[in-house]
Design a binder for this molecule. Structure first.
Ligand code: AHR
Length: 555
């Protein structure tokens, strides 16, 4: 089957975890008391009314790491309708567009300040030859996309169109170069074409194609899943490739020569088993004593919430059993990051190399009637909670996780946006990214709370999750997730000595765990205003069942 390229990547990615893992990283002192779990272990059932009250203490006197805005990055692969129809409709389309790029999608993405976009893949990247995607549109080569449905690839969306798209949405380029079927020469010429300001033949060709000024490439991905669809390489084989690409695929943009260099991201693990820990060990160990001639700034991690391969969970039309199983599975991200961070700490205690979670999100069964190679799925309230839980994990590990890219931006997997011809709808995941905007580059602030527990059948999860951060202006922001799909939670926020006057923000919830936005009912799952009462300097607010809430605090 065409879409089977990643099959092996997911087998056995899962590993057991206790009731819940909230927490901590490096010097930060988040604590979540496993009080609920302890009660279960003792066979004691907590009185319901107590369990629904959560007291949360924010230690405003302590500051953790900066939550890099790049953790809100996106991934746009040539896959299904991710690029064609999702972004690119062509300049002659009746759908309103700017130079072929749809205006509605640009406006929606601009509104969530997307920090970076990873492109052109994914598995597609290791079969992408950039020359096919430049020059006059009517002379572009039509090739194939064997990874994703075996369809033709018109190459009408290429280098210039991608850069134009980034310019329109105000984002940075994360370009993945072809290590699988390409050569270092091909990749280095692409970067020269993109970035040099000197009058080379490639720069002149770029100018002839409409862009005399050099482009900025902020992030360079050296291969994709090279242990699988990227060429089934061993760690040693990949390491040799990595050194060559890191050395010769240069950024020439004069504006980026000092502080703002192009950051290079190596292929990293795809799970927590020995095969993956060995991969991380090999790369990080070699990098510890790297010579002047090669370097990396990031190691990628791919982890989808899939439960079992092939993805069989429905993306709509499911109930509480599937809700709780998926959320339990998504929390594996905590262990995975913990495991690989520990290896990285061994070889890079100063945390110079970032862990870049550049593919994450829910991966479900293809929607009935869709091309299975196009990875089409709906996006529900469950995905909003899933997104919040993962973003909170990244924030807690902000000292090491400095970039992440949800898979994928439009019409593919856990998308922000779904389109159908001229129609467009924003998903619950989109709204989570919108609500989290104040956390972009904010400073992490530790939070302590007894999360309580939510149980369905054999699954027990932390009922509540929360993070806090201070923005540039010193304003305190809180994110509060109520995982429990049935019961509200009364939250009391204590600011440790500081008197809270009020708080207000937005909350996202929906009638059902599988509520979705559709073209006919696009506003079913949308954030609504919420405010908190101040009582004796503490804040009190009620979290609706299955909800994601972001508030700012007036002290
Ligand atoms: O996001 C879909 C695919 O999943 C990507 O192409 C690949 O890198 C991963 O296995």
């Amino acid at each position: 089957m065409f879409f089977a390229c990643t099959k092996g990547s997911f087998v056995g990615r899962r590993f057991a975890m206790p009731f819940m893992v909230l927490t901590h990283t490096g010097a930060s002192i988040i604590r979540a008391f496993l009080f609920g779990s302890a009660l279960i272990a003792l066979g004691v059932t907590a009185p319901l009314s107590d369990a629904q009250k959560v007291e949360l203490t924010v230690d405003v006197s302590k500051a953790g790491a900066k939550i890099d805005r790049n953790i809100f990055g996106q991934f746009a692969e040539h896959l299904g309708h991710g690029i064609y129809e999702g972004i690119w409709v062509g300049p002659d389309s009746k759908i309103p567009n700017t130079r072929g790029i749809r205006k509605d999608v640009v406006a929606a993405l601009k509104a969530i300040r997307v920090p970076n976009v990873r492109w052109p893949g994914g598995c597609f990247a290791d079969e992408y030859h950039w020359r096919k995607g430049i020059g006059p549109a009517d002379q572009r080569v039509v090739s194939l996309n064997p990874n994703w449905g075996g369809v033709t690839e018109p190459n009408t969306f290429g280098t210039h169109e991608f850069m134009d798209f980034l310019d329109q949405i105000g984002s940075e380029a994360y370009v993945s170069v072809n290590v699988g079927s390409g050569t270092p020469q091909e990749a280095s010429e692409w970067l020269e074409y993109l970035t040099t300001a000197q009058p080379t033949t490639l720069a002149k060709e770029r100018a002839t194609n409409g862009h005399p000024a050099p482009y900025k490439v902020a992030y360079l991905g050296i291969g994709n899943e090279s242990w699988d669809c990227g060429g089934n390489m061993t760690p040693d084989y990949y390491l040799n490739q990595l050194k060559i690409y890191s050395r010769f695929v240069r950024n020439f943009n004069p504006a980026q020569q000092n502080k703002q260099q192009m950051l290079k991201i190596a292929v990293g693990p795809g799970g927590g088993e020995p095969r993956w820990t060995e991969w991380t060990e090999a790369i990080m160990k070699a990098h510890q004593n790297h010579s002047w001639s090669w370097e990396i700034n990031g190691l990628s991690l791919h982890s989808y919430t899939v439960v079992r391969w092939p993805p069989a969970f429905k993306s709509v039309g499911f109930g509480e059993a599937e809700y709780s199983q998926i959320l339990k599975s998504t929390l594996d991200m905590e262990d995975l990051i913990g495991k690989h961070s520990a290896i990285m700490d061994k070889y890079d205690p100063e945390k110079k190399v970032a862990l870049v979670v550049d593919e994450w999100g829910g991966w479900y069964a293809p929607l009935p009637g869709s091309n299975p190679g196009f990875l089409v799925q709906q996006n529900s309230m469950r995905d909003a909670v899933l997104a919040a839980l993962n973003l909170n994990i990244f924030a807690r590990h902000a000292d090491r996780v400095r970039m992440a890219n949800i898979a994928q931006m439009i019409n593919v997997l856990q998308a922000m946006i779904i389109t159908d011809k001229e129609k467009m709808v924003l998903t619950p995941t989109y709204y989570v990214f919108k609500m989290y905007m104040p956390f972009q580059d904010a400073t992490f602030v530790p939070v302590a709370f007894d999360a309580g527990m939510y149980t369905h059948d054999k699954i027990t999860l932390a009922r509540v999750d929360a993070i806090a951060a201070k923005d540039h202006a010193g304003k305190l922001w809180l994110e509060l997730t109520n995982v429990d799909p049935n019961e509200p939670v009364e939250i009391e926020v204590n600011l440790g000595g500081v008197t809270a006057k009020s708080a207000a923000g937005e909350t996202l919830t929906a009638p059902k765990v599988d509520s979705v936005n559709t073209f006919d009912a696009p506003h079913a799952v949308e954030p609504k205003p919420i405010s908190a009462k101040a009582l004796g300097g503490k804040l009190a607010l009620k979290l609706e069942p299955k909800s994601v809430t972001v508030i700012s605090v007036e002290e």
